[in-house]
Write a protein that binds this ligand. Structure first.
Ligand code: PHE
Length: 454
């Protein structure tokens, strides 16, 4: 095993973890789920889950990492031999996510290039995205570029440089997102859309909304996939875990919230309040944002579009690097191959796995699984709705009943003896979270299989 270096500063840990957390999950996935699952209802459920579940799970994972000094595969086994399989399961998640994540990363590059070559106006037309995605070859080309860039960075180990760039880029992205959201909200006639996004409406509430919000929480905060365990293993004892987790959560949620505010009301307005049209899924951001930019006066739309897609590209790249790093280190540990060979194998594997996800939007669109899921939906479903809940459930059982919440609380208290939300943590991890997750798992699998319609 390579030596474990620590984060040099406290803020360094928060930034690195936030850098992994903030990505396409916040900007691309959150808005389309919010649009699809009833706007305000989804938002409310998400926020409640974030401060309860998300908080408890992130604490548990980081503490497991710091306590054992190991990444997921070793950490779960070290705590209890019988739970070794949970660590192995976590490894499957980044392996499944990386390819399709990179397909969307490719779309982001495509839109950046579109805006920089002055095609902003054309991109606002519905047929633009349709034309792009309808071709089997072009999206694969961009996907190839994105995954190749990720692989090159991981191969040459220049993540540090990228991280530096992204530390500057992330705050700018946050500001730009706020700016675009304000622009959207202040458009004439935007109010109904804003209300749709902010106001919970009970008739939209269904178990599916809760499942979708939960899966999104895991995805967005990089939970239940071993990532936070690994980050925790690098965290120093003098870093107050509870405060750090609160900061990461706040930042991640704020970005997601703003991204939703930028996309959902606009989509609502453009489609004249038709909630059917809001169920566009993965394509929503790419269809709506160019329309928003096109309404801006003069060249402003082009400038904002270029800046926005560039920043999203960096956010996506830091996340894909973190995903690929994880996959590479898992494969290296298992096979004892060199780093170069491992990088190449992971690159080729991800490329092959990503191609069906891309083709699912055109020539393979007729191939569906379970309840009508295309390739990308299927990978997304298996990782978010099946494996992550299983990992989260067993993490709760391990912490709640085997090593006991106190062991984690003691780890949290290492810094200065305080753990303000210890009670909340204990109740969540021991009772509420596992029962809830089990229910979610059963329902979402039943729904995915088409056994129940909710
Ligand atoms: N949390 C990231 C996002 O929201 C996705 C990710 C998962 C990144 C795991 C790295 C590792 O996009």
């Amino acid at each position: 095993m390579n030596q474990r270096s620590n984060f040099t500063s406290k803020i360094g840990f928060v930034l690195a973890a936030a850098g992994s957390a903030v990505g396409l999950g916040n900007l691309w996935r959150f808005p389309y789920l919010a649009a699809q699952y009833g706007g305000g209802t989804f938002l409310l459920v998400y926020l409640i889950l974030a401060v309860t579940f998300g908080f408890a799970l992130m604490i548990a994972e980081i503490a497991i990492g710091r306590k054992t000094g190991l990444s997921a595969i070793g950490a779960y086994k070290a705590l209890d031999k019988r739970f070794g399989f949970v660590g192995v399961l976590t490894a499957a998640v980044p392996i499944i996510i990386l390819p399709y994540y990179s397909v969307i990363g490719g779309w982001v590059i495509k839109y950046f290039v579109t805006f920089i070559s002055g095609d902003a106006h054309a991109a606002a037309n519905d047929s633009y995205f349709g034309g792009f995605i309808g071709s089997p070859v072009e999206p694969i080309g961009w996907f190839f570029l994105f995954i190749a860039l990720t692989a090159i960075i991981v191969l040459f180990g220049v993540e540090k440089g990228i991280e530096k760039v992204s530390k500057v880029m992330m705050p700018i992205l946050a500001v730009l997102t706020v700016g675009i959201a304000v622009y959207v909200v202040t458009r004439p006639g935007a109010m109904d859309g804003v209300l749709y996004y902010l106001k919970p409406n009970f008739k939209d509430f269904s178990p599916t909304t809760v499942f979708a919000a939960m899966g999104q929480l895991f995805y967005s905060m990089s939970l239940a996939m071993g990532i936070m365990v690994t980050y925790g293993s690098y965290m120093k004892k003098d870093n107050h875990m509870e405060k750090s987790v609160r900061q990461i959560e706040l930042f991640d949620t704020a970005i997601a919230f703003m991204a939703g505010l930028m996309i959902v009301p606009a989509a609502y307005t453009f489609y004249g309040g038709s909630t059917e049209e809001l169920k566009k899924g993965p394509t929503l951001m790419f269809v709506i944002l160019p329309k928003v930019f096109d309404q801006m006066p003069g060249v402003m739309g082009t400038v904002i579009g270029v800046a926005f897609f560039l920043l999203v590209f960096f956010a996506a790249l830091t996340s894909s690097i973190s995903l690929m790093e994880t996959v590479v280190s898992i494969v290296m540990d298992k096979t004892k191959w060199g780093r170069k060979l491992t990088c190449i194998v992971v690159f080729v594997f991800s490329l092959l796995m990503g191609i069906p996800s891309s083709l699912g939007f055109n020539i393979w669109g007729h191939i569906t699984f379970l309840n009508g899921l295309t390739f990308l939906d299927l990978f997304d479903f298996v990782s978010n709705s099946v494996i992550m809940p299983i990992v989260a459930f067993f993490t709760c059982v391990l912490v709640g009943f085997i090593i006991k919440p106190k062991a984690i609380a003691d780890e949290v208290k290492e810094t200065d003896g305080t753990f303000k939300s210890e009670k909340l943590f204990t109740v969540m991890i021991k009772w509420v979270a596992p029962i809830f997750i089990l229910a979610i798992l059963v329902f979402s699998v039943a729904e995915g299989m088409g056994w129940i319609a909710v």
